[in-house]
Design a protein around this ligand. Sequence first.
Ligand SMILES: Nc1ncnc2c1ncn2[C@@H]1O[C@H](COP(=O)(O)OP(=O)(O)OP(=O)(O)O)[C@@H](O)[C@H]1O
Length: 231
Amino acid sequence: MLQAISLSKHYQSHVALDNLNLEVKPGQIFCLLGQNGAGKTTTINLFLGFTAPTSGKIMIHQKEVQPGDAETRKHLAYIPEVVMLYSSLTATENLDYFSRLAGFKYDKARLTAFLSDCGLQQEAHDKHLSGFSKGMRQKVGIAIALAKNADVILMDEPTSGLDPKATDEFTGLVRELGRQGKSVLMATHDIFNAVNVGARIGIMRKGQLVHTLNAGDINARDLQELYLQTI
Ligand SMILES: Nc1ncnc2c1ncn2[C@@H]1O[C@H](COP(=O)(O)OP(=O)(O)OP(=O)(O)O)[C@@H](O)[C@H]1O
């Protein structure tokens, strides 16, 4: 479980996050919406322990996150807008390498199963990443998160630049992560996708979480209207 408690982050006199409270339960997908500069990436970076809060607390499984803390990082996986992988290695080699870094050693059959479960076509498994589309890289990124056995997955605009089919496939994978009991916090600009995938939706403005709602209680059109009124 993820919690932000009265979380604030200041950069000199600039307030990037202002007393943010949010919770993502196991199996829950939480989509964070907000204009450029609203504070979504700052929130994710604080959960990742990349930077320290000015005040307030970040909790992962009831344990406070300290910047650079290896213990809490074990539970986390991160899917950024562009997943950084080794272009000169194949999909299987990347998965093997990052799994080992996280302390897991899998045989070839298991590595293949992770990649297939994430929808990467078999013929791509042993190809170098240099020829992969963004959607294919995102699938390898999710496979790494699964292989790492992370139960908290943080995503920063993971569908930006994906075509509608790749976005739909990605959405299916994220829903599956939720079914497996993972907590997913996703920053996105994609209102339709947020309604489609998100159990909870938060709208941020100027570092504050202004609205939190259930995806089931709103359609994309009404959410867009609320979003435009909010920002
Ligand atoms: N390292 C930094 N130093 C100074 N200001 C920063 C730093 N990082 C972020 N900010 C500022 O904090 C605010 C929040 O930025 P953040 O990147 O979290 O927004 P965002 O909602 O993720 O935006 P986007 O949708 O463009 O990714 C912005 O005003 C940004 O300029």
